[in-house]
Design a protein around this ligand. Structure first.
Ligand SMILES: *Cc1c(COP(=O)(O)O)cnc(C)c1O
Length: 294
């Protein structure tokens, strides 16, 4: 295994192609990957500022676990609203749900039909002691931390004298890729839509502002349904693992699949930003096993 750069950047070879990976999954065992940077402004905040954080979304969400870890560190209550949870998961919570509950998360299950109204109510609550964090941490507050990430990338690029740098990272809400592109206008930021299609991702990003010109949305030859098991995603996950790094099965696996289909991107230096989510692999691997794929 090669040495780390001071900013956790490491050479990585996959299918005879050279990359660099910024190992943000190693930042902290729980608060890791891009969620660390998206929540950075809150990590820096004094404990006294809030009593409670409120959010909502998927029941195995990586953002949920990161916020649970943040609240645990700060002594803030964490209330999370979700759609009905499957009975077997309620009886025996696994993965990110299990960890988040262990960290003190209070779960509020609401019926499908009431979900949107409940979320709207959470958004409108103006309690000064409590903070609302949108699903996946898609909030302008993320910009502060992503700019710090950009500073580290710039330092490394300068030290390595890399002229043209392509930065790659997968997108859910697109918040990370958007603010990275904005902070690094002289680099290309390449991403792919893992949740929904490219048009949906663009509409999500446009809520943050006009799309930066250096932000490029790559498409793969095949569209994967979000967080579903696929033999070829499991395969690339194993290839990446054999090459020396564990990536997550939901975002990372799709991003690498798509990246390897774009030869032109690899003509310049590629820096892949590891977005974390590795702890979520436990419950995904369970699903692969359950389906007899593993
Ligand atoms: C949350 C997450 C993403 C998506 O980040 P966005 O800023 O919402 O685009 C990508 N990869 C992993 C592993 C994540 O947990």
């Amino acid at each position: 295994m090669q040495d780390f750069d001071e900013n956790r950047i490491q050479p990585f070879i996959l299918q005879n192609k050279s990359f660099y990976v910024k190992r943000e999954e190693l930042l902290d065992p729980l608060l890791s990957g891009n969620k660390y940077w998206k929540l950075y402004a809150l990590i820096q905040m004094p404990k006294e500022r809030y009593k409670k954080l409120v959010s909502y979304g998927g029941i195995q969400s990586n953002a949920m676990l990161s916020i649970a870890a943040l609240c645990h560190q700060k002594g803030w209550a964490f209330h999370y609203t979700c759609k009905p949870v499957a009975e077997h998961l309620k009886q025996q919570p696994t993965g990110n749900l299990r960890k988040s509950l262990d960290l003190g998360m209070v779960l509020h299950e609401v019926w499908h039909d009431d979900y949107h109204a409940c979320v709207q109510q959470l958004k409108e609550n103006r309690d000064v002691d409590s903070l609302f964090v949108p699903q996946g941490g898609a909030d302008p507050i993320a910009q502060i931390g992503i700019e710090q990430l950009a500073i580290e990338i710039k330092q490394w690029q300068k030290k390595q004298s890399i002229e043209q740098l392509n930065i790659v990272t997968p997108s859910g809400t697109g918040t990370t890729a958007f603010y990275l592109a904005q902070a690094l206008p002289e680099c290309q930021v390449l991403t792919t839509a893992v949740v929904g299609d490219t048009a949906y991702l663009m509409s999500q990003m446009e809520m943050l502002g006009a799309l930066p010109k250096n932000l490029i949305l790559l498409e793969g030859s095949k569209k994967y349904h979000f967080a579903k098991p696929y033999a070829e995603l499991l395969e690339i996950y194993h290839d990446l693992l054999a090459a020396g790094i564990t990536f997550d099965l939901i975002y990372g696996a799709v991003m690498w699949k798509v990246l390897l289909q774009h030869e032109s991107v690899m003509q310049d230096t590629v820096l892949y930003i590891h977005s974390g989510g590795v702890l979520g692999n436990v419950s995904m691997l369970d699903r692969y096993k359950h389906k007899g794929m593993l």
